[in-house]
Design a protein around this ligand. Structure first.
Ligand code: 4NP
Length: 166
């Protein structure tokens, strides 16, 4: 099983969008049973909430269902679980770098259990030369469409990378 974690700030706009997009693309590729997808926020503000309705509506127009998702906060143990920890922007990446188990002198076993380091989702997987998914929360509908455009493209590249590991 390969495990993918998407991370943004609130876990109600960008990372749940990526979560729903990747889930559906994996199902269409016949890979749903081989890859597990999750998402989280670096901030605790929206824990337990459904994705923002604007994200849900924009996603639904493209046949992605986000209604089953609930926000949670990223934790250090996520780095023991997930093969990919993919941040939406530089702030999320820095927040994650602050919680990666770094291993202490008296506990190098902890370091050896870390499966992944956080990386910028787009910097690694965009085919469009992009690096960050801009936060759409305080903007208009076009921001939510832009998130979907960027995330759909990068999920296609991510699936190609996952196939190499299966
Ligand atoms: P997200 O967007 O990180 O893509 O989920 C945001 C959601 C909520 C807030 C900021 C960004 N907020 O300030 O509550």
């Amino acid at each position: 099983m390969i495990k993918v974690l998407f991370v943004c700030l609130g876990n109600i706009c960008r990372s749940p969008t990526a979560h729903g997009v990747l889930e559906r693309k994996l199902a269409m590729a016949g890979l749903a049973n081989l890859v597990e997808v999750d998402s989280a926020g670096t901030a605790p503000w929206h824990i337990g909430k459904q994705p923002d309705l604007r994200s849900q509506q924009a996603a639904r127009k493209r046949d992605y269902d986000l209604s089953h998702l609930r926000a949670r906060q990223a934790i250090a143990d996520d780095f023991f679980e997930f093969d990919y920890v993919l941040a939406m922007d530089n702030q999320n990446l820095e927040n994650l770098q602050g919680i990666v188990p770094a291993g202490r002198a008296d506990n190098s076993a902890e370091l050896s259990r870390v499966k992944s380091q956080p990386e910028l989702f787009l910097a690694t997987f965009s085919s469009q030369g992009l690096t960050q998914v801009p936060d759409p929360y305080y903007g208009g509908d076009e921001g939510f469409e832009a998130v979907l455009d960027m995330v759909e493209d990068a999920c296609d590249q991510l699936i190609m990378d996952i196939r190499k590991k299966l």
